[in-house]
Ligand binder design. Structure first.
Ligand code: WTA
Length: 635
């Protein structure tokens, strides 16, 4: 059993030990896993190349820790509860025994299809247990999974497949979320037109939509499974062998494939799950994230299964068939831990207390949030209405790159402060730095958040581009991992994340690079140049505001706006559609040609009283025109 901190004194004591003797501390946690061969060196690292190796020379397979080791004690215990989009359809309960068998079978399917250790496999599936089976089967044979969120467009899917040169794609006929039907196979077909590296496509029949199957390339999941043996011995993996790639957005360029490796990620996912949520055996854990994001990877799949937990997978959305769906789900499955995003809380807050009426939420012990800063009002509303004032809220701060939670209360142990992620977990050494990179010490301060020592779950690289990895995260401040987030440390030493300080926009917890949206907008025939910034949005946290220059008279601005939005949907996905589009004649630029985003951000926020220093602009008059246009647009 992975150790669990029980008191705040124990937390402080372990924290100190983890900083003074990190290797002893993490070796003590790693001992609680199954190894085919023990490590010889706990940690080797530098943040200049950068190079990080945890549990060097160890051999293991993460799925033996998720599945095999639970067979003697939990064969009949539920591993996954699946709640479908339509509450009238049957939910599924899959035991550890059944999951083990499915994963072994699918591992054999992969091998039959020629998959070898180190191959990349793309998974583009709805929120169904088969997505978990596919991920674990990849890990079992030593292939690297790259899950792509099923809300991405065919172009985005193709970009991700091509970047990692995936030879196999696993998808489904389609899905229905809320009332929206999504033809996944059709999108996958379009993507494969652009991705010649895909040799095979395995299709899971979820909804019996009509699909086209290309002979020699496309195969049905069920046919392959029916013919596959349910016995498969897990491949022996090195601690530092890649486990998965997950694409995420940065301030510049195309989305990047964050690479996580086996042992460090495993130890960190399991440890943080058990400690942050204070998970107790047999309890039901529900994380509402999608499996296509890191939260789904770590806290729907790996963290819970490594702990032998019951993990609930919800296919639907919070507003279908009504805005009480989350609360019905909790009541129906007697959920004990509920982990969701602030954006979902804010959208439900609008519907008041009515949706809670008559629902028994007494099973709840702990609430969690992730993905974006939570405002105090939403925090209190969640605490009062979902938690009835009795459940601690863990406001968990972390990132795709960190593999697991870094700063968070331990449920029921850490004294809470609304909207604060509170304290770093053992092994995590946050520092705040000023613009020049000087460390800001003491409390009651604010700066850019960096981490100065590796924890086991830190990403090791960007797939195929280690130099970009170095320059994105380790070059801004020498010898520090830079998170891209701004942060306050208050008088009590508690951390509060204030949001991104780079050009990443966080829309409903989805990370979107301004550059990606600009590239998509610029492809429209009328558009010469665009600049995209965030503005505060009541529900989404941040919305997307695009300033667009056109090279000709626009006959109908509304038509153009909707064309631009549709094009962004096509290139990225519907979640990246700009909320506001303002046509402008020019953008505020410095003499060196750089767009002054700071000014555009202020205008988008509707706060133009003090635009700061504009003396470096080539043409300060540009600003008056943009201000006037913004007032017009926003009424
Ligand atoms: C933001 C999601 C405030 C932050 C796990 C980070 C948060 C980005 C919190 C990573 C939180 C995540 N409070 N902000 N509790 N959690 N963020 O990679 O800006 O999708 O850098 O990982 O989300 O988003 P990502």
């Amino acid at each position: 059993m992975i150790p669990q901190i029980k008191t705040i004194e124990e937390y402080h004591q372990q924290y100190t030990q983890s900083i003074e003797h990190p290797e002893t501390f993490w070796a003590g946690i790693a001992e609680h896993f199954e190894w085919k061969q023990k490590w010889t060196q706990v940690l080797e690292w530098n943040f200049t190349e950068p190079k990080v190796k945890w549990f060097g020379s160890g051999k293991l397979n993460i799925t033996e820790n998720c599945l095999d080791r639970h067979q003697t004690t939990r064969r009949n215990q539920t591993a996954i509860i699946w709640e479908p989009n339509n509450p009238g359809d049957k939910s599924r309960h899959i035991s550890y025994g059944e999951l083990f068998e499915l994963v072994q079978q699918f591992a054999n399917v992969l091998i039959q299809q020629g998959v070898k250790k180190g191959d990349r496999i793309c998974i583009y599936l709805p929120m169904v247990p088969e997505a978990v089976v596919a991920m674990l089967a990849c890990a079992r044979v030593g292939a690297i999974h790259s899950v792509v969120f099923a809300g991405f467009s065919s172009q985005s899917l193709a970009d991700r497949i091509n970047d990692a040169e995936c030879k196999l794609l696993i998808t489904a006929d389609g899905m229905i979320r809320g009332e929206k039907k999504v033809e996944l196979k059709q999108i996958a077909d379009e993507a494969m037109q652009l991705s010649p590296c895909v040799e095979r496509c395995i299709v899971f029949n979820h909804k019996s939509f009509t699909v086209q199957m290309q002979a020699g390339r496309d195969l049905w999941w069920n046919d392959l499974m029916a013919a596959a043996s349910p016995l498969h011995e897990a491949e022996s993996m090195d601690s530092e062998d890649p486990l998965f790639i997950l694409y995420t957005s940065g301030s510049t360029g195309k989305p990047k494939g964050v690479l996580h490796t086996t042992a460090g990620y495993m130890v960190y996912a399991a440890y943080t799950f058990k400690n942050v949520f204070q998970y107790q055996d047999q309890d039901v854990f529900c994380c509402t994230a999608d499996i296509g994001w890191v939260t789904g990877h770590t806290y729907i799949v790996y963290g819970p299964l490594l702990n032998g937990a019951v993990t609930l997978m919800f296919e639907g959305i919070p507003s279908y068939p009504d805005t009480g769906r989350f609360w019905s789900l909790i009541e129906k499955h007697k959920v004990n831990y509920f982990y969701t995003a602030p954006t979902a809380i804010r959208s439900l807050q609008l519907h008041g207390e009515e949706p809670f009426k008559g629902k028994d939420l007494s099973s709840l012990k702990v609430l969690g949030t992730v993905g974006e800063p939570i405002n105090e009002e939403a925090w209190h509303w969640y605490h009062q209405n979902a938690g009835k004032g009795n459940c601690p809220i863990v406001d968990t701060w972390w990132q795709t790159e960190t593999g697991g939670i870094l700063i968070s209360p331990l449920a029921g142990i850490t004294l809470l402060k609304p909207a604060y992620a509170t304290l770093p977990l053992p092994g995590v050494q946050p520092v705040l730095v000023d613009e020049k990179g000087n460390e800001i010490s003491g409390n009651g301060v604010e700066g850019n958040l960096c981490i100065k020592f590796p924890w086991p779950g830190i990403a090791r690289s960007l797939y195929g581009d280690h130099e970009r990895f170095r320059s994105m995260y380790f070059s801004t401040y020498p010898n520090l991992y830079f998170t891209g987030d701004g942060c306050k440390r208050d008088e009590d030493g508690y951390y509060r994340i204030t949001g991104r300080v780079d050009d990443v926009i966080n829309v409903s917890g989805h990370r979107i690079g301004t550059g990606e949206v600009e590239d998509a907008i610029d492809e429209h025939g009328y558009v010469v140049e665009s600049a995209v910034v965030a503005f505060p949005h009541e529900i989404k946290g941040q919305g997307i505001y695009a300033f667009v220059i056109c090279d000709r008279n626009v006959p109908d601005e509304e038509v153009l706006r909707s064309e631009i939005r549709n094009h962004v949907s096509k290139m990225i996905g519907a979640f990246a559609r700009p909320d506001k589009i303002q046509m402008v004649n020019a953008l505020p630029k410095t003499r060196s040609g750089k767009i002054m985003r700071r000014i555009l951000r202020k205008i988008a926020e509707g706060d133009t009283s003090n635009l700061g220093d504009i003396s470096t602009l080539i043409d300060p008059l540009v600003i008056d025109a943009i201000k006037a246009g913004a007032e017009n647009l926003n009424g």
